[in-house]
Design a protein around this ligand. Structure first.
Ligand SMILES: CC(C)(COP(=O)(O)OP(=O)(O)OC[C@H]1O[C@@H](n2cnc3c(N)ncnc32)[C@H](O)[C@@H]1OP(=O)(O)O)[C@@H](O)C(=O)NCCC(=O)NCCS
Length: 106
């Protein structure tokens, strides 16, 4: 095992949500440092998002990461997440973004 990808319901009590009552599907990722820089995280996350788009069509997925975590910020952008807001949590600035398999119309 070199890492893990998670899709969980985000705690409605925490800052950051796109559904009015919270409980957004949230993507998480954590890989061993020796597996960084190979594209594995991007490949695994894209596969998880592909699966999610079939399982729960039209439901968005959110992601939260420290703005200081440049690898994570690059991965979020590569996967197609777009910024919703930034806020302070755990003593540092957090970036909160959303991804949707549905192409916006108009
Ligand atoms: C966030 C994290 C998953 C990013 O891992 P990563 O390996 O940088 O991410 P990617 O899978 O997108 O890989 C991108 C890198 O692989 C390189 N790469 C090499 N071969 C590649 C290939 N065949 N295809 C794609 N990318 C490739 C890219 O050039 C890029 O390298 P660079 O960042 O040095 O430019 C990892 O840093 C991590 O687990 N961090 C600790 C946990 C964490 O912070 N999680 C977020 C908490 S919210």
């Amino acid at each position: 095992m070199i890492g893990s990808i998670t899709l969980d319901r985000r705690d409605a009590e925490r800052p950051g949500h796109v559904r009015p009552d919270g409980g957004d599907a949230e993507l998480g990722y954590m890989f061993l440092p020796e597996a960084w820089g190979c594209g594995y995280a991007a490949e695994a996350c894209a596969a998880a998002l592909d699966w999610f788009a079939d399982a729960l069509p039209s439901e968005p997925v959110v992601l939260c990461t420290q703005t200081a975590n440049s690898r994570s910020m690059r991965l979020a952008a590569k996967l197609g997440f777009t910024e919703v807001e930034r806020f302070e949590e755990w003593g540092s600035e957090q970036w909160f973004g959303v991804w949707s398999s549905v192409t916006p119309s108009g």
